[in-house]
Ligand binder design. Structure first.
Ligand code: COA
Length: 205
């Protein structure tokens, strides 16, 4: 089943996660490649991410996609705002007619605990109860993914995750985390979903 998760967020914004089970040929007829991707699996991820854009909004104009120096893909006339992420055999995209968006998808792995001090401030580690001895890998991945989605939402690069993105107020029942992004002095609500091996996070504003 290729569509792993789908959500109509509101009238103008849609999100989808694709489990990649297809070969390159499936995507190639329908989707243009927007950058030189030599590694075959990365090329497949890239194609699946692009494929989702028209899957979510069939009139999405692939031919108008440009790629900024920061590597963020965008449409100049902002007919749609969009964000793409891929990890392992998954690709995710969020597309909106009127809001800036950022999305991230991550597989939960042990690696995340080794870099926690790079992306989480001490205050955040205390707030979210991160321990040295038995770190909660899923929680650490949610926090990382939340910050990546803010990075994508912003799109201009040069973001210090620890300094510029402050997470607080996680609401488990709603699956949201509040965020303050100091570069634009914005408050954002990051939404997340947990799957067996996967974490998905997105922000809209
Ligand atoms: C650049 C970055 C988006 C690349 O991510 P990645 O590991 O390849 O992850 P993803 O698969 O989630 O995202 C890739 C997609 O993001 C999009 N993207 C790339 N650069 C982007 C940017 N600056 N802004 C928004 N979106 C961007 C593209 O759509 C890309 O896919 P595509 O080229 O196939 O279209 C991101 O991981 C990054 O650099 N993060 C910052 C890391 C950092 O600064 N860490 C410091 C704290 S430790």
């Amino acid at each position: 089943m290729p569509v792993f998760f789908q959500q109509q967020i509101n009238e103008t914004t849609r999100l989808g996660v694709w489990k990649i089970e297809e070969t390159e040929e499936f995507f190639k007829g329908n989707v243009p490649v927007h950058r030189d991707v030599t590694h075959p699996h990365k090329r497949l991820q890239h194609l699946a991410g692009r494929f989702l854009l028209q899957f979510l909004f069939p009139d999405f104009p692939y031919e108008l996609i440009q790629v900024a120096d920061t590597r963020k893909p965008f449409l100049k006339d902002e007919q749609y705002h969009f964000s793409i992420s891929h990890c392992g055999d998954y690709a995710a995209a969020i597309v909106s007619k009127d809001k800036r968006v950022g999305i991230d998808v991550e597989l939960v792995t042990e690696k995340i605990s080794r870099i926690k001090d790079k992306y989480l401030h001490e205050d955040e580690q205390v707030l979210f109860g991160i321990t040295e001895t038995a770190p909660d890998l899923q929680l650490l991945t949610v926090l990382w993914s939340a910050k990546e989605s803010v990075f994508k939402w912003y799109g201009n690069g040069n973001v210090d995750f620890k300094k510029h993105i402050q997470l607080f107020n996680a609401r488990k029942e709603k699956q949201t985390i509040d965020c303050f992004f100091s570069k634009t002095e914005s408050e954002l609500v990051i939404h997340y979903r947990l799957f067996e091996e996967l974490v998905l996070a997105w922000g809209i504003s």
